[in-house]
Design a protein around this ligand. Structure first.
Ligand SMILES: [Zn+2]
Length: 487
């Protein structure tokens, strides 16, 4: 996600826009088949079949699924929107989701399920038989959910409908337990493994559809249109609906789409996406999907990344909009193809996306921002933030905290995005650009479609540079690097 940098000190003139899967060859991926209909009054009725492959090394007796739409309900313990952003997110007043699980079956047998977790965020499905490693089972979930009117990942505005995290997705299994983090407002609190998707989406015929993957069919009926969408080896699936204009172009062999309803310079937006796919593909490793779609929408932050799809807030224009497109596109490499636990190690994709955005301006032509200016802004902003932070009696500058352990979204943003980018810049200056870029390529290749850990990035950099870098990384991560003045 791209967050909006909140200036803590009025004099900080920032050009920084503030904003928001271990690797291994898997023999078979899980598959989600989703058949969903969105009514005129924004109620989504869906059947999701998850053909789940146990790619863990332990047998499982039950499966857990995230129920992210439930986080938008009235009375949720954790709001997906931070308290200080409620008014911005709900300009028409507070609005809530209502989610109802109608039935669950496993291999055709109806199951009694429970909704559990810290915030009614988990669907627990007993399997009956034990599912051994590499074995497959089919879980069918029928549900409906009323969308909230909110400028967030899941919700609608007068202009568009965001279907992010709208379906039950299997929880990861790590260290003897399912990972069941609730929907924190800070960061992008998601963690999932790559799977194949086959989706049909029936919506009002006024809507164009932007989605993860490729739209392979479009059938029109009375006042409605059904989109058939396929996506292979993607970490998640999302779609956005709206009355869009569409432009497309090519970046190498990748089809790049831009859907918008209000953009005076749509070709610049499309070109930023095309340039990003080309430059990041060249510098990190090829973009692996056939299509990439950028879509303008109502969104509280700058933008939000999903596999092969980026949501860009309609609140931005000009150079800052282009910057958001570059940042979200960088997430296709860091988060999308190379996955990570975004609650525990959010820096692993956010710092990488932020620093990749800075590097973009070294190689791209025709943009206002430059690498040097962005780096200087980040450094100045971080120093100013830390001085204020210290004056307020705080001194924890660690990046090792989980997203919910930061005192505020602002603190999170400065530590993970700003300081995270400075950390990577320090690593680069230590090993030299050539070895740093070789390290990024190695990290991407070694962790493609998998889940990376911090040590995978450190290891890739150490191997590429033949230098010991873990202590330097850890100094930054643990908050031992003193960038700010000692007064
Ligand atoms: Zn981001």
């Amino acid at each position: 996600m791209r967050k909006k940098l909140i200036a803590v000190i009025a004099v900080a003139a920032l050009s920084l826009p503030l904003f928001a899967c271990s690797s291994g060859e898997k023999t078979e991926l899980s598959k989600y088949t989703i058949d969903a209909t969105l009514s005129a009054d924004n109620i989504l009725t869906a059947t999701v079949t998850c053909d789940y492959v146990n790619n863990n090394d332990v047998p499982l007796k039950e499966l857990w699924f995230h129920l992210y739409p439930n986080a938008y309900r009235d009375g949720a313990k954790y709001s997906p929107v931070a308290a200080n952003r409620i008014t911005d997110a709900y300009p028409s007043g507070k609005s809530y989701s209502v989610m109802k699980i109608d039935s669950v079956s496993v291999n055709g047998n109806a199951k009694d399920v429970t909704v559990s977790g810290e915030d009614e965020n988990i669907l627990v499905v007993p399997l009956g038989d034990t599912l051994d490693p590499t074995e497959k089972t089919s879980v069918k979930i029928e549900y409906s959910v009323k969308l909230p009117k909110v400028k967030h990942r899941f919700g609608y505005t007068d202009k568009s409908v965001n279907l992010g995290n709208f379906y039950p997705i299997a929880c990861m299994y790590r260290d003897g337990a399912f990972v069941a983090d609730p929907y924190y407002s800070t960061g992008d609190p998601f963690f999932s493994e790559c799977a194949d998707y086959s989706v049909t989406l029936t919506v009002s015929d006024k809507y164009e559809c932007a989605a993860t993957g490729e739209i392979t069919g479009k059938t029109e009926a009375e006042n409605a249109v059904t989109y058939e969408i396929g996506a292979q080896n993607v970490r998640d699936f999302a779609a956005v609906l709206g009355e869009y204009q569409k432009m497309s172009g090519l970046s190498g062999s990748t089809i790049v789409n831009y859907l918008y309803y209000s953009d005076s310079e749509p070709e610049k937006s499309l070109n930023a996406a095309i340039d990003s796919v080309r430059i990041f593909g060249d510098k990190f490793g090829a973009y692996p999907y056939k299509e990439y779609t950028v879509v303008q929408t109502g969104f509280l932050q700058g933008g939000m990344e999903y596999p092969a799809l980026s949501m860009i807030s309609d609140a931005y224009s000009g150079d800052s909009k282009l910057d958001i497109i570059v940042h979200e596109t960088a997430h296709q490499w860091w988060y999308g193809v190379v996955g990570n636990d975004e609650v525990k190690y959010s820096w692993l994709d956010e710092a990488m996306a932020e620093y990749s955005t800075m590097m973009f301006y070294e190689y791209a032509e025709g943009y206002k921002y430059t690498f040097d200016a962005k780096r200087a802004d980040a450094l100045a902003a971080y120093i100013l933030y830390c001085e204020t932070y210290k004056n307020n009696g705080r001194d924890d500058t660690s990046m090792t905290r989980a997203v919910n352990e930061y005192a505020s979204e602002t603190e999170y943003t400065y530590m993970i995005y700003v300081k995270g980018a400075l950390m990577l810049d320090d690593i680069r200056n230590t090993v030299g650009t050539e070895k740093f870029m070789a390290g990024l390529k190695k990290y991407y290749a070694d962790n493609k479609f998998g889940i990376a850990q911090p040590q995978d990035l450190m290891g890739a950099m150490e191997k590429a540079s033949k230098r010991q870098l873990k202590p330097l990384f850890e100094s930054w991560l643990n908050g031992n690097v003193q960038l700010y003045s000692n007064h």
